[in-house]
Write a protein that binds this ligand. Sequence first.
Ligand SMILES: [Fe+2]
Length: 394
Amino acid sequence: MKVVLPPDRDDVKIPRRKLGFILFSGLGFLSMAALAVVKIFQNKTETKDLTKADSVESIKATILSSFNLGFQWPTQEPFLFCVHHLDHYPAGNGELGVTAQMKTGRDMGSDFQEKDGFRLYHGDDIPGFPVHPHRGFETITIVRKGYADHADSMGAAGRYGEGDVQWMTAGSGVQHSEMFPLLKTDEPNTLELFQIWINLPKKSKMVKPHFTMFWNEKIPKISLDENRVQLTLIAGQLQDVKALAPPPDSWAARPESETFIALVTMQSGSTWELPASNEVVHRTLYFFEGDQLKINDKTVGKSTGLNLNSKSPLKITSSDNQTQFLILQSKPIGEPVVQHGPFVMTTQSEIMQTFQDYRATQFGGWPWKRDDMIHGKKIERFAKYPDGKIEKPV
Ligand SMILES: [Fe+2]
């Protein structure tokens, strides 16, 4: 794979391991070659203005476009990235990792092949993403199965999973590690998580970093259609139910953004109607489990993503099998997006400044004893905030 380096590349003294993350991959920046080049999106090409659509038919259309789902899923602005990790890790080796035998035949240091049903990513014995930086946007990490260990340059840490969500505002710059400890030694350690990146508006890109935990026990769950439809509300509002508050500088914290993030599970034959949005917003449905889904009068096959007309209410009917999908919805920010790997700004010069700042400050350094920081062998969820406060699920 040929890598195109930015002009100031030679001046950036980043440890080789971290450089690999920045240029190639990481939890949330896996699009390899695409991310090795600075990406510039002009808002006009990213935003579909339905009020100026080509024809009356396209305005009326419920499904604007569709695509197949792979490992990394296409997104619409302000969402920058969405990836679905499903790794069937074996029982741990007692030290939260895999045995030496399980490492054979892998591209160690950058293991994305899904050999034997799992990937080690940039981990060594313990799968995950050791220390790497971010600036200019937010990460939303939904861990449905298994656990993630978080540590960051603010001195914050946490172990979360089994339905918990972490929402982190990278803002002016943070380094963090995201590891997946294999806590169980007598049974498999399946990990399922979504990581979503949502952009920050230009005025908020340099805010102080911040992270919020949504413990599973506090995340609103909505039962519909005689309990045959279960909706987990991560952002936004449905009927009179409001999601937990996102970080204060988030685009999602503005009610007018109509940001809505939800995971939906539907049993066979059940129906759910998603109402139309108030204004035209970007609405994408990712149908990742099940055989068929019916949206209004259209039948959709499994592993399909759909960009939808948000002004059209959706009547969704599940097939004979249990179906699951994720919805990402928000009003576009409408500003240029200039991305280099884990840095997302609005101009090329801001990206160059970001490299300079990172070289100078390391975004607060790394106060932890190891790059792939993990938090012991006890299966216990917690969050430690930068002020030292420790929180546990109630
Ligand atoms: Fe990250």
